[in-house]
Design a protein around this ligand. Sequence first.
Ligand SMILES: *Cc1c(COP(=O)(O)O)cnc(C)c1O
Length: 369
Amino acid sequence: METTKKHNFGAGPCILPTSVMQQAATAVINWNDSGLSILEVSHRSPEFESVILKTQLLVRELLKVPDDYSVLFLQGGASTQFSMVPLNFLTKKGAYLDTGYFARKAIKEAAYYGHVEISASSGDREYNYIPDCDLSKCDADYIHCTSNNTIEGTEIFSFPRSGVPLICDMSSDIFSRVINVRDFDLIYAGAQKNMGPAGMTLVIVKNGLLDKINKPLPSMSDYRIFKDNQSMFNTPPVFSIYVAMLNMLWLKDNGGVEAIEQLNIRKAARLYAEIDRNPLFAGLAGLAHRSRMNVTFRAVEPAHERTFLDFALGRGIVGIKGYRTVGGFRASLYNALPLESVEVLVKAMQDFEELMKSNMKVSDTELTY
Ligand SMILES: *Cc1c(COP(=O)(O)O)cnc(C)c1O
C-alpha cells in the first residue's frame, strides 16, 4: 500500500502514524474480517461496544486516570465544550486564563451563561507568553485554562493551583506529555490534534464535580447523561473513536506517554535550536513558554516568507504556514510526526540560508560591475 510521502506539519487535523492509517483503511473495507465496513456497523453491536470500552481503558492506562474520574466520548469538538462547561458548572462566575485565540473563544461562549472573570491575560503582547497569576483568592465556580495555545505556540508547564476546580482545554497537547490528572477536575480535547480524526471529543471528569450540578440541562449538553450511558446516549462518532483507539494502541506499543514526551522534547529542541541559530528566522513565543507541539516562528526578512514556504514545499514539507492572524510559520510536531521530518525541516532552513547567502553574493558582484 502506498504510504504518506509528505512531511506533514499541519496544525490539525493532524498527522497520524502510517500503520494506524493502514489499519483504518482496512477496517473501512472489511473490519476484522466481518465482511462489514467499520462505517456501517451498529454502534450497539458487541464488537463496537468492545471498541468503546477498550478506548476508554487505553485512555485510563495511558494517562493514569484515577478511578473516581469518568472518561467520556462526546461530539461537537472542543468548541462545544466552550459552552458545555459553563452550562454545567457556571452559577456565580467562571475564572478564565486569557492566553490566546482558543482561550478567547471559550471566554466568549462562557459570557453567554454568566459572569466571566479574566484572571490573567497575555493579550498585551500578542499572546506570546503565559501570564503569571495568583489564584489563591479565587472564588469562582471554576478556573478554565488552555494547556497549549495551538495558534500562538505557547504551552503551560506549571498549572495554576487553588481550591477551585480546574478545567483545562488540552486539545493540542493531550497524550504528548505526562500530566497528573488529579491536578484537574475536567479535561477536554478535540480528537483531531493528537488523538485521531475529527469527530470525537474526549472528556475526563472527576465524578465529584458532576455531583455538584443541580439544574436540569438539555440531554446532549449534560455530562451526567454521557456518563450514565457510557457515551452511548446517542450514536457516537464510531470511526473517530475507532481510529483514536488504534492510535492509542500505537502510542502504548511505542512506550506510552512517558516515551513520546521524551521524543517530543527532542523534536522541539532540535527545531528551536535551528530557529535560534539561523539568522533568517526568529521564534515568536517567549523562551520559557515555547510549545513543544506548535512551534511558531517568522522570517526576519518578511519577503523571505513566501520564498521559504515554496522552498520547503519542494522538499515535501507541508502545513507550516502560520495561522492567518499570526502570520509567519507554525510547525506542529504532534506525536506521530517523526524526528526525521524535523531533520528535513531543519536541513531546509539551513540550505535556505546558504541559498540566500549565495543570492546576495551574486547581487554584490552585479553591483561592482
Ligand atoms: C483546535 C482547538 C480547538 C477547537 O477544536 P474543535 O474540535 O475544532 O472545536 C479548541 N482548543 C484548542 C486548544 C484547539 O487547538
